[in-house]
Design a protein around this ligand. Structure first.
Ligand code: XLS
Ligand code: NI
Ligand code: NI
Length: 439
């Protein structure tokens, strides 16, 4: 059965095309910095936003009535979603998908039945992967939706809930391995607090680290070779999420000796909720050697919550891809569209327009970023700006050859050489020129 009737495979037609169902900038086979765009960008579909989100919001029920959901039988629905998802990815030439355990099969009456449901669906997904060549970028456990996680999962005050979460994550790692997932993600949905009046943050964080160590140990035990990732977010659903931003996560990983086992999955809208730019979060991962993967989306600067919109801002994708390229590009990670169509964009075709917009925006960002790097626009400027550390007293500082006494003697003797302008506006106008003129 075909779910997206009347929509054919989406192809690259170039920037002159007016066809809404064609790529204008994403040309999968075109080489950019030594790799095809397909390899550079490693696009992934999010199973949840694309195949389980119905358009519900805090004020109203779903607006999206999908043809694949047209059955009361939950397992039949789960199977139809698999077929619809692979038809969708094939038509959009998306090479990867990401999923939560509960996206692919809903929970049964108990853990045993829930796991049995997964065991029915996973082989069907595997078969579709074999048929299409589409791969799994990452899997994760949804340890935040069910009411049992009201006080958290790994950070719950209730030890039996901790045990249940561990059991759920164990199974999620197993199925991610079974599907050849290249990464396994932790997003601590309810790992945070609403008030310190009832919260032992010390114990909660220790326990969360214990859970992550158990996951790493179990992954080794079963031969899971994927990369473990942790995804920062500052707020939502709790008032304060422990994994607030890249710097906070890094400090946590280092405190508990987890930094060798984890890299970060940076989501654009989470960066902006933390009052950072998307580029800043990627930059912090890069300089600390923990850049892993990206959840591609964008927020709305007028709204203070996680809107998970499809990315359409070329300025942001350019600067994000600039950091990704500086980090050496994606290895196991990729660009997962953790993005959802607006509630009023309820037709199936909107899913296609949304992904095309997101893929084209990142493809364009990649090309501009590559050109900026090739021409060393900012790199040359930075090299010049910090040149005083290459010789004389600057070199002494960098090499650890001088201390306060030598520096005092130097300052008394020499004073300072005059500062020069940071040239921000000039650099911004050059960036604009590259965004507008790069072919
Ligand atoms: C929610 C998160 C979630 C993770 C996976 O805000 O972004 O979608 O990516 O659990
Ligand atoms: Ni995400
Ligand atoms: Ni988000």
């Amino acid at each position: 059965m075909e779910y997206f009737e009347g929509i054919n495979k989406v192809n690259y037609e170039g920037p002159e095309s007016k066809n809404p169902l064609a790529f204008k900038y994403y040309n999968p086979d075109e080489t950019v910095m030594g790799k095809s765009m397909k390899e550079q960008l490693r696009f992934a579909m999010s199973y949840w936003h694309t195949f389980t989100y119905m358009g519900n919001d805090p004020f109203g029920v779903g607006t999206m009535f999908r043809p694949w959901d047209n059955t009361e039988d939950v397992m039949e629905k789960a199977k139809r979603r698999v077929h619809a998802a692979f038809e969708f990815m094939e038509k959009l030439q998306i090479p990867f998908f990401c999923f939560h355990d509960r996206d692919i099969a809903s929970e049964g009456k108990d853990l045993k039945e829930t796991n049995e449901r997964l065991d029915v669906i996973v082989p069907i997904i595997k078969e579709e992967m074999g048929r299409t060549g589409i791969k799994c970028l990452w899997g994760t456990a949804n340890a935040f939706s069910n009411p049992r996680y009201v006080h958290g999962a790994g950070t719950s005050c209730n030890a039996t809930v901790f045990a249940y979460a561990a059991a759920q994550i164990k199974k999620a790692i197993e199925i991610t391995k079974e599907l050849g997932g290249e990464n396994y993600v932790f997003w601590g949905g309810r790992e945070g607090y609403e008030t310190l009046l009832n919260t032992d943050t010390g114990l909660e964080l220790d326990n969360f680290a214990r859970l992550l160590h158990m996951a790493v140990d179990y992954g080794k035990e079963i031969g899971f070779t994927g990369q473990f990732l942790i995804e920062p977010k500052p707020k939502e659903p709790t008032k304060h999420q422990y994994d607030t931003d890249a710097a906070t996560v890094l400090a946590f990983l280092r405190k508990y000796g987890l930094e060798k086992h984890f890299k970060l999955n940076i989501e654009a809208n989470h960066a902006t909720l933390a009052m950072h730019t998307f580029q800043h979060e990627l930059n912090q991962c890069r300089i600390n050697g923990v850049f892993g993967s990206v959840d591609a989306n964008q927020g709305d600067s007028n709204l203070g919550w996680d809107t998970d919109q499809f990315p359409t801002n070329v300025y942001d994708t350019t600067l994000a891809m600039y950091e990704v390229l500086l980090a050496g590009g994606f290895t196991k990670g990729g660009l997962n569209f953790d993005s959802k169509v607006r509630r009023a964009s309820f037709e199936e075709s909107d899913l296609f327009y949304a992904y095309i917009a997101g893929m084209d925006t990142f493809a364009r960002g990649l090309k501009v970023a590559a050109k900026l790097l090739e021409d060393k626009v900012f790199e040359n400027f930075k090299a010049e700006r910090y040149a005083s550390y290459n010789q004389g007293i600057g070199k002494g500082i960098v090499d650890g050859k001088v201390g306060f006494k030598e520096l005092e003697a130097y300052a008394l003797e020499n004073g300072i050489t005059p500062n020069v302008s940071g040239r921000q506006e000039l650099l911004e106008s050059i960036l604009n020129q590259y965004i507008m003129e790069t072919k």
